[in-house]
Ligand binder design. Structure first.
Ligand code: ATP
Length: 351
């Protein structure tokens, strides 16, 4: 995790402000090992972060910087969600417009960033957690979350999980908790299967429901063309469709791990594996054409990202990725060029 200057003012009656940039993930390897009695699935997966980020800015009142977090009273939470897809560079403003359409539905208390904030309040035994839709009442008690979304929603890139991780990292700092990575990851596991990975980022092998993660070596940088579909695909529906298909092949992650370690594009292209792909293609047949379009445009290999519907085209290098993206004239609502791995949540200096 890269730590930068927090740029916060501390003291009675002042505000702390933290900005965290958090990356999306891809799964170069995803094997579904069966459905458990509790409805979750056991998986073996290799995850890497990619250079497509959401950004979370947190503003929290500090009434007494020296006070232990648990002595603070009644924290209220507020959330604003902005569409950042229009802003090409995360460090460049303006950050976009107040969203309409599907993103509007993210501005409520079900947002994973808010759920993460509540989980952290709980862990720290800080009272509060009520959602303040109207900031007029007690602005001095409100911790404000301002989320700029660039990671596509319900698209197999763990955007919600990334935002939950961003909230944990930012609020851990802003509330002066300093829980440390292990406790944050344990908390993250209660929020979702991908959240523990998103707290750390980089390259990892994950087992169990995906919450048990081990960092693994990645010797090179890989370049991808990301083909983003307009309509989301529900992760639960994709898993259900996968269950209908019966047990999947018993493939292990070794070749993918070797390719990542060696930085070998051809080996990685050959080894990419996603047990959810066939189910995603079944639910969204147009993805077959999207995958073919990526290959026809020059991708070394193309695969569905996680539960889809995002498609990933593996490129030889950054120039190749841009050339492939330029050749994709139709078929996707949005195309991004990214690299992997991309580190973990990064604390940015704030103004
Ligand atoms: P995964 O790859 O972990 O399965 P995903 O990329 O397919 O996730 P997300 O973007 O994380 O999907 O969204 C999954 C669901 O979570 C959406 O239906 C959305 O309504 C909800 N959600 C809650 N909070 C967020 C958030 N901050 N960003 C995106 N989606 C969120």
């Amino acid at each position: 995790m890269g730590a930068g200057s927090v740029g916060a003012q501390e003291g009675r009656g002042t505000t702390r402000r933290v900005r965290v940039r958090v990356p999306a993930k891809i799964n170069p390897f995803l094997s579904v090992r069966g459905r458990r009695a509790d409805g979750y699935h056991d998986v073996v997966t290799v995850l890497q972060t990619v250079s497509l980020h959401d950004e979370l800015e947190v503003l929290a009142p500090v009434t007494d910087a020296a006070a232990h977090p648990s002595t603070r009273r009644d924290v209220l939470l507020a959330l604003e969600v902005l569409d950042g897809a229009a802003a090409p560079d995360p460090d460049l403003g303006p950050v976009g417009t107040v969203p309409v359409g599907p993103m509007g539905g993210l501005a409520g208390e079900d947002n994973l960033a808010v759920r993460a904030a509540r989980a952290l309040l709980d862990e720290l035994a800080i009272p509060g957690g009520a959602f303040a839709s109207d900031l007029g009442g007690r602005p001095d008690a409100v911790t404000r979350l301002r989320l700029t979304k660039r990671i596509p929603i319900a698209a197999g890139m763990a955007g919600g999980s990334a935002d939950a991780a961003a909230a944990l990292v930012a609020l851990d700092r802003v509330w002066g908790a300093e829980l440390g990575r292990d406790r944050l990851q344990a908390l993250a596991a209660r929020l979702g299967a991908d959240v523990p990975f998103c707290v750390v980022g980089g390259t990892a092998l994950a087992t169990g429901t995906g919450t048990v993660t081990t960092q693994v070596l990645a010797g090179g940088r890989f370049h991808w063309v990301v083909g983003i579909d307009e309509a989301p695909l529900s992760t639960a529906e994709v898993y259900a469709a996968r269950d209908e298909l019966g047990p999947s092949d018993d493939v292990g992650p070794d070749r993918v791990l070797r390719a990542l370690r060696a930085g070998d594009v051809d080996l990685l292209g050959d080894a990419l594996h996603n047990d959810l792909e066939v189910a995603a293609l079944q639910l969204r047949p147009a993805l077959v054409e999207g995958r073919e379009a990526l290959l026809a445009a020059g991708a070394v290999a193309a695969i569905v990202s996680g539960s889809g519907p995002t498609l990933l085209g593996l490129a030889r290098d950054a120039d190749d990725a841009h050339a492939i993206a330029a050749r994709l004239t139709s078929g996707f609502a949005r195309v991004e060029v990214v690299h992997s791995p991309a580190g973990g949540p990064e604390l940015l200096a704030s103004s």
